[in-house]
Design a protein around this ligand. Structure first.
Ligand code: SF4
Length: 621
């Protein structure tokens, strides 16, 4: 629920803000109104409030390296200052050894895009991905735009799905968003008529999502496109995201005129235009988890302001970038990790190092409260007054990992992680415990329990406690064993598993609509209740033992106040969040009433029973 108060200078924005606060979607007309408005500060405040509700104080960055293996390209897009023809003196081609020499053990993401080479064989691309993964297993490969995938499909006469499948098998994990430019046939015909249009771009991305390859999306703005075309571009992406849920981020890219001849060299976009476009993206794309301020094109200064205009990702250190710089980008060629951290800290945010899936790897600040970003925790967080604390939305398992590194001061911890860290954490009197069923920890299965013996179960990466609950149920209640395979968060190809364990909002959504191919849905809290006749405690509030006494007291008070108010307004606080996962207000309210938020005797007893049981089983993932 968004409660920020904004004093609008442009009164036309008031109904738009009203819609946002009620969880209603913005229309094409709303988007165009926003672009025409001069009330930039109010637009920024709206976007910032929406971003805070989604990702709290977190701003992500990744230690990444760009590889552009060749600048030789069979196409000649008008706005491209990077590509050359094969016999140009500026042409270059990288060997796999040269590519590997640009990587090192600190890098977490390699971003590969380049020209469409006329002669390279298919095996070269597959080998490129495979060799990177072999030499640097910690690196996630984000590679090839939809334009390149379509080029491979046509040149090597393979279906798009097969191209992607072979790259996935070699180690490709996500795709960049480039090649979309702007989804307008008018602009395409004028500026890049040889390049793919929206239809093919979406076909490639939707196919990738189906195979469990999430992707990113971009908008190239500031050339000849209209405001209306920008908004239509966003709406098309929003619609596709409703369908697949596979987009990780949206990246507005400011056009760099360079020597393209499309605009005079110094007619680059203004900072106001950049900030407005980022903010409006955040407002229009309500189903996109992240909006990126790509500092390479924006400059560091504008990117840092954008962190208060709806952006929650700075991209990364970006070693090796050439495409934007060839077109005249004036930013430095790479930023040191320390510099990125400083920019984010200076903006009053939490610098969060991430991987390609946006899993938090490290947090570089203090006073961090971990926030489980699921509907069941809204009674704690809606009215939580942060004071000096910073809020980091984070999946349960990741919170446990960061807590072990000492990077989380307090939060709603997965029970399993709390039990693992009892030596360093103190449990508080608040929890998330089921009364009987929860509807948000579900095993979707093709078989009954006994049929799962010896079968493969996909386990969503986010879970820390539920996977132990599942193991306990399999071994102790049903006397069977199954093989667990960890799946990354987000889109996955579930068809390879006999059952999949989903938690949180993903499970709630799938429980409502059904999960294609899985006829059975087992609510694990209900399974536990029918077996043990006691509630199940999924998460408990805990803080570091080393937290100063006054801070502990303050935290207890803040939780208590937030929960009291949250419980009083239980019918309304979850409505917007519930609507975002297609639950009615009634369903949301019913769902929230299925939990106990205070640790009573029954809950404490249930924790001890579970603790004993998990000591007797082993989870191997
Ligand atoms: S934009 Fe891409 S496809 Fe077009 S010329 Fe440049 S490198 Fe080639």
């Amino acid at each position: 629920m968004i409660t920020t108060t904004i004093h609008f200078r442009d009164k036309q924005l008031i109904p738009i803000w009203d819609k946002i606060q009620r969880g209603k979607r913005l229309s094409l007309e709303d988007g165009v109104t926003l672009f025409h408005s001069n009330d930039v500060i109010s637009i920024g405040k709206m976007a910032h409030a929406v971003q805070q509700a989604k990702s709290g104080d977190a701003v992500y960055y990744v230690v990444n390296q760009k590889i552009e293996p060749t600048n030789i390209c069979v196409l000649s897009c008008k706005f491209c200052d990077f590509a050359v023809k094969q016999h140009s003196p500026d042409a270059y081609e990288m060997t796999i050894e040269e590519i590997l020499s640009k990587l090192n053990s600190d890098v977490h993401e390699v971003h590969i895009t380049g020209g469409l080479h006329p002669d390279w064989p298919w095996e070269y691309y597959v080998r490129m991905v495979r060799e990177i993964k072999k030499a640097f297993p910690q690196i996630d490969v984000k590679a090839f735009t939809a334009v390149e995938i379509d080029f491979f499909h046509k040149k090597f006469k393979m279906p798009i799905e097969e191209v992607l499948r072979q790259l996935y098998d070699a180690g490709l994990r996500t795709m960049p968003g480039g090649g979309a430019e702007v989804f307008s046939e008018r602009v395409r015909k004028l500026l890049f008529n040889q390049k793919i249009g929206a239809k093919t771009w979406f076909e490639v991305h939707k196919t990738a999502h189906k195979l469990g390859i999430p992707s990113n999306s971009t908008l190239l703005y500031g050339h000849i496109e209209t405001y209306e075309e920008r908004v239509i571009h966003m709406l098309k992406l929003r619609e596709a995201q409703d369908e697949t849920g596979g987009f990780l981020s949206f990246i507005p890219l400011a056009f760099q005129p360079g020597d393209t001849g499309i605009k005079p060299k110094n007619e680059f976009t203004s900072a106001i235009e950049d900030l407005k476009t980022i903010a409006i993206s955040r407002l229009m794309l309500d189903n996109f988890p992240h909006i990126k301020a790509y500092w390479v094109m924006l400059t560091e200064e504008v990117a840092s302001v954008a962190l208060n205009f709806g952006a929650d990702d700075m991209d990364g250190t970006v070693g090796g970038e050439k495409i934007a710089h060839d077109a005249g980008a004036i930013s430095p060629m790479a930023l040191a990790k320390e510099k990125l951290i400083k920019i984010i800290n200076d903006a009053g945010k939490i610098p969060v190092e991430r991987d390609v899936y946006y899993n938090a790897l490290n947090v570089h600040t203090t006073n961090v409260i971990g926030k489980i970003p699921y509907l069941n925790s809204v009674p704690f967080y809606t009215y939580f007054e942060q004071r000096q604390f910073k809020m980091l939305p984070i999946a349960p398992r990741r919170m446990g990992i960061l807590s072990q590194k000492g990077q989380i001061d307090a939060g709603l911890f997965s029970l399993r992680d709390y039990l693992k860290q009892e030596d360093t954490l103190d449990m508080m009197d608040y929890c998330i415990a089921s009364r009987d069923q929860v509807k948000s920890v579900i095993l979707f299965s093709k078989e009954g329990w006994q049929g799962l013996n010896g079968k493969r179960i996909g386990i969503i990466d986010d879970t820390a406690t539920s996977v132990y609950l599942l193991q306990v149920l399999l071994e102790k209640k049903y006397d069977i064993k199954a093989e667990f395979v960890r799946m990354h968060a987000g889109v996955n190809d579930y068809s390879q598993f006999n059952a999949v364990l989903l938690i949180g909002d993903e499970a709630l959504k799938a429980n409502k609509t059904g999960l294609n191919g899985f006829d059975l849905a087992y609510d694990l809290a209900k399974e536990w209740y029918e077996w043990q006749k006691m509630p199940f405690v999924f998460a408990v509030w805990a803080h570091k033992k080393s937290l100063p006494p006054d801070r502990k007291q303050e935290l207890t008070l803040l939780i208590q106040q937030a929960l009291e108010r949250g419980e009083m307004e239980l019918d309304t606080i979850g409505a917007v969040h519930g609507a975002s996962i297609h639950l009615t207000a009634e369903e949301t309210s019913d769902f929230l009433r299925g939990f106990n938020y205070r640790l009573g005797e029954r809950e404490r007893e249930a924790i001890q029973v579970f603790k004993k049981l998990i000591e007797e089983v082993e989870v191997s993932l």
